[in-house]
Design a protein around this ligand. Sequence first.
Ligand SMILES: [Zn+2]
Length: 447
Amino acid sequence: MSTDLDLVLRAPRAVTPAGETSCSVGVRGGRIAAVEPLDVPLRAEQVVELSADEVLLPGLVDAHVHVNEPGRTEWEGFASATRAAAAGGITSLVDMPLNSVPPTVDVEALRVKRKAADRQCFVDVAFWAGAVPGNLGALRSLHEAGVSGFKCFLLHSGVDEFQPLDPAGLEQAMAEIAAFDGLLIVHAEDDATIDAAPRPHGPRYSDFLASRPGTAEDTAIARVIDLARRTGCRAHVLHLSSGEALPLVRAARRDGIRLTVETCPHYLTFAAEEIPAGATQFKCCPPIRERDNRELLWQGLAEGTIDTVVSDHSPCTPELKRLDTGDFGAAWGGIASLQLGLPAVWTEARARGHSLVDVARWMATGPARQAGLAHKGRIAVGADADFCVLAPEESFVVDAARLHHRHALTPYAGRRLTGVVRGSWLRGRRLDIDEEPRGVLLTRGET
Ligand SMILES: [Zn+2]
């Protein structure tokens, strides 16, 4: 029996790859060194007993976060975003390549990004790069530099310095990425479909929704599937909102196409019918759709067609949300929710009969695998000792002012959620957001 452990967590309830169990988890040198039944004595310098109302989960991995630093640090930054993550039970996040300036589209920009992040992250951080017009020659070197994969848009991204790929550019990017077996992650909304839809304007949510029809997603996803079939490129659909696209995904998978799909807490929580006029804190692209569509997404998760749930945390300054006019056409599209993902998803998941085993698969194990973070996302020997301690029966009302991301604005404000994060552990040490940050910068595939 190991006697040289640094830490033992004794958990009457824990989620491991074997399911929900009671166990003792032994930690040595920041890694999990033992997972034993609770009655097997494990000795360590520090022993932590979880209480009967707590569950030990793997630290969550949020594979879709817009940190926006450097360049738009007044919107969000590494210190504030990773504080929010730590408070929300997220121990690793993967930063998106756009909204920061420069966008992460070549190795030099990645160096600038990593330098900006260095020594101010409270949780571990990995990076996505971008596939944009003109950077085909940079993709392989970015892959070799350890990015998790490449994000592209098929329509205007919202910022001019990150341009979309046209159909020919998309095919070239996928052929190149397939050549080194990388991963393309796609904002899948079709340009032409959205151009043909009415312009978004004014404070009525239904007008905004009509400007971003679900068929735009379905068309774009069909194009990605077609090119994945032709090029062999692994592809991932970001922030799926249209439940109507799920049959396409099912059929592609049946054909052996390597395609994964994520959705977000806001698509699983809110419904278009309930969004008040002028409430631009609910604006994101693709948009939150109707109640029936939300249930299709839940069905997609239940059957495994949707693999992961990630925040798509994309905040901005309060002014850019145009709350004064409530104009959905003029407001920035992006939802701030990083710290709330776990309670938001758990609140809705338990109401539909799902377990914390499901939630851990969607929010820890799945995103870690997708982003190539080999030692994250599970409570198993050899993995990093990253944990989230959740009180799953306790509830709270969201007070936006007490969240740690930069601006106190979120569509969850005032909402009662079930599941309180009591603490997080990063590589064997309890996370304290008032201490020095200890997060490190991760590279794909690192063991
Ligand atoms: Zn995003």
